[in-house]
Ligand binder design. Structure first.
Ligand code: NAP
Length: 250
């Protein structure tokens, strides 16, 4: 069992849209207080926060770039000050950069993907580890990707590499933090119907993906959120270091 406060307080990065937004709504229904991080879309963040509050859960929105140490500290400081000791982290904020072969990629795009997806996850995990160890435990869920094992050739092998790093981070940190009562797991979604595909330059990507997926369709954000919520919950109290694939069979 997790020690600490009765009401879970969870930081969700990238909570304004897609998988992060669905996760906020799911966690609100499960009684979490939420610190919702986003980087640019204030209107989307406030819209999700309003839905969270309508479910009876407290929610603070914090504009942060998770690749910046000071921003990450500000996110966790606000969560602790306004909601209480942080018991959960959903490390979700991620980017892919444009689709294409590595040979054609621009270094600035590669650097941004590694900064947000890997350094950002490390900074958030580091701060969560410090806070949760001090307050008696907690749970971290890192949002990885099926690309970590599929490799995403021709699309974004750099992104796949960043997500393979997420998996290694999850396994290693789970062993490092077990004695502190902190569980660390990951979910690895397949193709999920979110804005991410438009951001990478292919808005119809999810809609076209069905024939290549054993379940015959892309996933919905809520289907990933359900896995995240379970991994954070006390029902997963003996689960740590696992990477739960939510990819329709891919
Ligand atoms: P999305 O719809 O594009 O949303 C991305 C979210 O991350 C937004 O809330 C965005 O904030 C935030 N964000 C981006 N960069 C940030 C930064 N530097 N600092 C803080 N927040 C930042 O993405 P999604 O599809 O839900 O993806 C969420 C996670 O799932 C990512 O880690 C992604 O790699 C992973 N994933 C997605 C898929 C898929 O098919 N969609 C598949 C496998 C894994 P703003 O709203 O302010 O821009």
């Amino acid at each position: 069992m997790r020690a600490g406060p009765t009401v879970p307080v969870t930081v969700v990065t990238g909570g304004s849209r897609g998988i992060g937004a669905a996760t906020c709504l799911r966690l609100a229904a499960a009684g979490h207080r939420l610190a919702l991080g986003y980087v640019s879309d204030s209107a989307a963040a406030e819209g999700v926060a309003a839905e969270v509050r309508a479910r009876g859960a407290a929610c603070v929105t914090v504009r942060v770039d998770t690749s910046e140490e000071a921003d990450v500290d500000r996110l966790f400081d606000r969560a602790r000050a306004e909601l209480g000791a942080v018991t959960g982290l959903v490390n979700n904020a991620g980017v892919t950069g444009p689709l294409g072969r590595l040979a054609d990629a621009r270094p600035e795009d590669l650097r941004r993907v590694l900064d947000v997806n890997l350094l950002g996850y490390l900074l958030c995990c580091r701060r969560a580890a410090r806070d949760m160890a001090a307050s008696g435990g907690g749970a971290i869920v890192n949002v990885s990707s099926a690309a970590a094992t599929l490799g995403a050739p021709g699309d974004y092998v750099h992104y796949a590499a960043s997500k393979a790093g997420t998996d290694a981070l999850t396994v290693g940190l789970s062993k490092e933090l077990g004695a502190d009562g902190i569980r660390v797991n990951a979910v690895a979604p397949g193709i999920i119907d979110t804005d991410m595909h438009a951001a990478m330059g292919d808005p119809d990507r999810a809609a076209r993906s069905g024939p290549g997926i054993p379940l015959g369709r892309p996933g919905q954000p809520a289907e990933v959120a359900a896995a995240v919520a379970w991994l954070l919950s006390d029902e997963a109290s003996y689960t740590t270091g696992t990477i739960l694939r939510v990819a329709g069979g891919r």
